[in-house]
Design a protein. Structure first.
Length: 615
């Protein structure tokens, strides 16, 4: 570790070195050949000799720089080191003749290239005393390594230097134990956070990390979290957006909040982390996830992995479940009664039962293969996204708290939102709707109903709407006069591809002609007083009475699908769905203020407006 810190701890802690020298014939006592000691090799054009002038023992090795400015020797017998352990590397040298500018004692890999690992250089030589080179080495991986000794000097006179007692011994720490941190980016982050000090050396004092309760190492280019196991007090670990491929958290039993999202994990063992409350492991490469032991988990986000199964039966405290963008064919949430939010979109679900999840407020189950969805017991639901499925029906009448409804790209032919008076967003595009009545949704500000079969659309009572897309329908009537046209989002708003639509009612014709010229078909015009309907022979025998009326009106001699009632300002005030099998119907206008109204009769593609006076 760092020298200043060790000086402060020297009275309380100590270390000793294992007595076994890992370097074979490091004392140069054995010479079967006069040209090199046993267990050592040399530079092919350099010369070395046995010498009796030794630092300790009977002999040393003389290195002669006959080839110019350098010569070197290296161990031909390699020795093992173990990841995480510290080793003391030392050796002695003494000048004999000429000028030696440096002596370097290094460690090399056992590969064919003798790849350098680390070294220390002494630029001072003496012909009167032995000088020592010494340093610590922390092994980052378990492997075989060797020693290399370089001597550099001037060519004349021929430089000669003695080397002796080269050793590599394991350092055994007591009191101030180190923890190996082989990933330099991990250690640099610890230094930045003040948990480690000095420059990165592959280790950190265990006493410095044992009491850390919260660690944020996000976005630090870390690939190896070796060493995290000795953060034994850790409760919060944020390691998002790194390149971590595996992690051992078996000793971090106090972990409550774990963020490992946006990494390269293919597996993770959380069986020992029973205190875990929140887990975010989204955007990894997990094909399985076992959280059966994590019974205290309240929040789980494992989205954007490759999960093919997930068992959450024991996780009864879960309030938030995010599992979207996986490959789940099935999801059982029957035991998870505390769930408030579920996002299971982008999977392979054909069935989803949420009958027991009465606390549910958010349900996103889009982009699956659902053919039905029953939410009549989820009375707290305010956000539903079931788009891009195979639904033919959807009943939201019981969901009176609904604020956001996304059900696009299904096969829905009827949608009643009259009970959803708090609704703010409705996205029902790409379905088979023939009508959509939003007169009971005063909070609505977004309506996307394009690519349906809708024949008439009126938003005159929806004064907050600023975005509407109703293109590619069968519209004959479109009333956009809601007093808020100037605030419409121009980028999204469009009414094109409605060939039977000839007149669009708006707040300001000049404004619409200027701002919305490209939003309609060429055959349609903007007007503030569009005729509400066109007389058709099918209505020639229709009789409406009494007229004037105090409320009830009989409509006889005509088959009708629907009747809508507008005031003299063109605002929709009532809407009635009728049985086209009957030619006699009754509607009730009681409660409306006295005045002139228009009853808009609809039968298939035919339409007509009749003036009624309410007394």
């Amino acid at each position: 570790m760092k020298s200043k810190l060790l000086l402060l701890l020297v009275m309380a802690n100590f270390s000793f070195y294992a007595q076994t020298n890992l370097v074979s014939n490091g004392d140069f006592e054995n010479w079967s050949s006069s040209s090199q000691p046993n267990g050592w090799g040399r530079f092919f054009s350099g010369l070395i000799y046995q010498d009796t002038d030794s630092q300790n023992g009977n002999s040393s090795t003389k290195i002669e720089l006959t080839n110019g400015s350098l010569n070197y020797m290296f161990t031909s017998v390699y020795f093992p080191v173990e990841a995480g352990k510290t080793y003391k590397v030392s050796g002695y040298h003494k000048l004999v003749a000429g000028t030696i500018t440096s002596v370097e004692l290094g460690l090399i890999d056992s590969d064919v290239w003798q790849t350098p690992i680390t070294s220390s250089i002494d630029n001072i030589t003496s012909n009167s005393q032995w000088r020592k080179i010494e340093y610590d080495y922390v092994a980052t991986t378990t492997k075989n390594i060797g020693v290399i000794i370089w001597a550099r000097g001037t060519s004349t006179p021929i430089p000669e230097i003695l080397v002796d007692n080269i050793s590599v011994t394991e350092v055994v720490q007591t009191g101030s134990q180190y923890t190996s941190i082989p990933d330099i980016n991990f250690e640099n982050k610890l230094i930045e956070l003040g948990i480690d000090s000095g420059t990165a050396d592959g280790q950190v004092l265990t006493s410095s990390i044992a009491s850390v309760t919260s660690l944020n190492i996000e976005r630090s280019s870390i690939s190896d979290l070796t060493g995290i196991e000795n953060f034994t007090s850790l409760e919060i670990l944020s390691a998002s957006r790194n390149s971590i491929t595996n992690v051992n958290l078996s000793k971090n039993i106090n972990l409550a909040y774990l963020y490992l999202d946006n990494n390269q994990l293919t597996a993770i063992d959380l069986s020992a982390n029973t205190a875990l409350k929140r887990l975010d492991c989204q955007k990894n490469k997990l094909s399985s996830l076992d959280i059966s032991n994590n019974i205290n988990l309240t929040s789980l986000n494992c989205s954007s992995n490759v999960l093919t199964g997930l068992n959450i039966d024991t996780n009864t405290l879960l309030t938030s479940l995010v599992v979207n963008s996986n490959k789940l064919p099935f999801l059982n949430v029957d035991n998870n009664l505390a769930l408030q939010g579920i996002n299971c979109g982008g999977n392979l679900l054909t069935v989803l039962n949420v009958d027991k999840n009465l606390a549910l407020t958010h349900l996103w189950c889009g982009s699956n293969k659902l053919t039905s969805l029953n939410i009549n017991k989820n009375l707290e639901l305010d956000d539903l996204n079931c788009g891009i499925n195979e639904l033919k029906t959807l009943n939201v009448s019981d969901n009176k708290k609904l604020l956001y409804l996304v059900c696009h790209q299904n096969k829905i032919n009827s949608l009643d939102v009259s009970e959803n008076i708090l609704l703010q967003q409705l996205m029902c595009h790409y379905n088979e709707l023939t009508t959509i009545d939003v007169s009971h949704n005063p909070e609505l500000y977004m309506l996307n109903c394009h690519f349906n079969k809708i024949t008439d659309l009126d938003i005159s009572t929806n004064s907050k709407i600023t975005e509407i897309t109703c293109n590619d329908n069968d519209l004959k009537l479109l009333n956009l006069k809601n007093g808020n046209n100037n605030n419409f989002e121009l980028f999204y708003t469009t009414f094109i591809n409605n060939p039977n639509l000839t007149c669009i009612r708006v707040d300001d014709v000049t404004y619409s002609d200027t701002k919305w010229a490209s939003k309609k078909d060429a055959t349609a015009t903007y007007s503030s007083t569009c005729t509400l309907g066109i007389e058709d022979s099918v209505f020639s025998t229709a009789a409406l009475y009494p007229n004037p009326t105090k409320g009830e009106i009989n409509i006889n001699n005509v088959a009708l699908d629907k009747a809508t009632v507008y005031n003299s300002l063109g605002q929709l005030v009532k809407s009635f769905t009728l049985n086209s099998a009957n030619t006699d119907n009754t509607i009730n206008l009681s409660g409306l203020p006295k005045g002139i109204y228009y009853v808009y009769l609809i039968n298939g593609d035919a339409a007509s407006a009749k003036k009624i006076i309410v007394e």
